[in-house]
Ligand binder design. Structure first.
Ligand code: ADP
Ligand code: MG
Length: 442
């Protein structure tokens, strides 16, 4: 915060860090490459990047929970071996124990530190009051709203008085208003110097959140993850989202992020032999069709500035990028310098009737999502025209984490159904063909 006094020594330095996941069936998956990062006392740093870019992986490396494949990780100037003392983490999923009360959840961290019982109670009381949970000590998580649960997550992290607070998309599971209240409360406490911490590293895919909270933003690129850009946020707190300078910085970051995705999405798709390595967002076909229609009509006529489009559609700014990226991946639109514009295929889709749309969509899937073709090929080979989802899930997990594999599979299921390339039986977890298709084959 105080830029006049340079910090004596960084809290964390990471140099030339690389993280690869070893795969039996294919080349290692390189998630982080050449990552440099410095965190100083007294600052809030945001790590901003797309889903799957390696943010959580880097956070685990900073915390000492994960040792990188190679590279240097120092905590207060010393090599980090094992979990760093003085680091606490807040998770998107809150990660509370449902059978423990608020107070017991908060005290957990202290027990691990070997703090005595009386001290534990006093300190958890302090943290609970500080974060606005006074009176809820004996409540159970299920009795609390999402916002209150995340306050418990915060109290549990703060109670150990960590030097560094790590937050992994802490507000993204909350509704917009609740998230905003929590951000503001946290920043107020930080500005009033009431938080028992020295520095915050927050991971987010939400551009506005980064500009609202951070002193410094590290923009992360994907495939593999790398710190590609660093920006200082010059605005004093409390910050105003509607300040033109604030909007300009959000716009600039949109530009930076779409510049990169334009290359990142295209390069690996073209070079990856199977094309399975790209995680897909389970974006609904309704939403895609709606966006294509909106883009093609007035006032956009095929091209829109992303922040303006987000505002017009009343989307959170970060909801639009996955959607735009998906349209780009399927060849319906392109992202460039903060704009989203329709391709010829996108225009054709916009002008087509329902049945033709399905066909155009099916063509796009066959051209750009090899997994869809692979699934259909297996179905066609089988005499019963059925294929279990398990083998495709396994194959995806060779290229991505189980969470991303699941999302990718869900995307492919819903898109393939819409395009009538295959059916999916949820109960049996099997792909198959529609009745009439089967008759045709037989
Ligand atoms: P982010 O937090 O930015 O969404 P993650 O760090 O969770 O990204 O994941 C980055 C990439 O690493 C993703 O492609 C993910 O599928 C992959 N990944 C993460 N953990 C594992 C793992 N244990 N095994 C294989 N791949 C993984
Ligand atoms: Mg993550």
């Amino acid at each position: 915060m105080d830029q006049t006094q340079p910090p004596a020594q960084p809290l964390v330095t990471i140099r030339n860090c690389r993280q690869a996941y070893h795969k039996e069936a294919s080349a290692d998956l390189v998630v982080l490459d050449n990552v440099d990062l410095t965190l100083n006392e007294g600052e809030i740093v945001a790590l901003l990047g797309r889903s799957g870019s390696g943010k959580s992986t880097l956070l685990r490396i900073v915390s000492g929970l994960l040792k990188p494949t190679s590279g240097e990780v120092k905590w207060r100037g010393k090599d980090l071996k094992g979990p760093a003392e003085g680091v606490a983490m807040v998770f998107q999923s809150f990660a509370l124990f449902p059978w423990l009360t608020v107070q017991e959840n908060v005290q957990l961290g202290l027990e691990a530190l070997g703090v005595g019982r009386d001290d534990r109670e006093e300190r958890s009381e302090e943290a609970i009051d500080l974060i606005g949970l006074g009176g809820y000590d004996t409540a159970y998580p299920k009795e609390l709203s999402g916002g209150m649960r995340q306050r418990v997550g915060l109290a549990r992290a703060l109670v150990v008085h960590p030097d560094l607070l790590l937050m992994d998309e802490p507000f993204s599971a909350l509704d917009v208003l609740t998230a905003e209240t929590l951000r503001t409360d946290l920043i107020d406490l930080w500005m009033e110097k009431k938080l028992p911490i020295k520095s915050i590293l927050i991971v987010t895919h939400n551009i506005e959140e980064a500009v609202l909270m951070a002193d410094r933003i590290l923009v992360f690129s994907s495939n593999p993850g790398r710190v590609a850009h660093e920006l200082k946020v010059p605005f004093p707190h409390p910050r105003n989202r509607f300040d033109p300078a604030f909007r300009q910085q959000v716009d600039d970051i949109y530009g930076i992020m779409t510049r990169r995705t334009a290359t990142a999405v295209h390069a690996p798709a073209a070079t990856a032999p199977s094309g399975f390595a790209t995680p897909l967002y389970p974006v609904s076909t309704n939403l895609m069709a709606g966006l294509i229609e909106t883009l093609s009509g007035p006032p956009y006529h095929g091209r829109a500035d992303l922040p303006a489009l987000a505002a017009a559609l009343q989307f959170e700014v970060d909801e639009l990028l996955p959607l735009g990226e998906t349209l780009q991946l399927l060849g319906f639109a392109r992202l460039e310098e903060g704009d989203l514009f329709l391709t010829d295929t996108g225009r054709k889709f916009a002008d087509a009737e329902t049945e033709d749309r399905k066909e155009i969509f099916a063509e796009a899937l066959r051209a750009h999502v090899p997994l869809v073709g692979a699934i259909r090929a297996v179905i066609d080979q089988r005499s019963n025209h059925r294929a279990s989802a398990v083998r495709f899930r396994d194959e995806l997990e060779d290229h991505m984490s189980p969470e991303y594999a699941e999302e990718t599979l869900r995307a492919v299921i819903s898109w393939g159904r819409y395009a009538e390339i295959f059916e999916y039986d949820e109960e049996a977890q099997q792909f198959g063909l529609e009745e009439e298709d089967e008759d045709e084959e037989a």
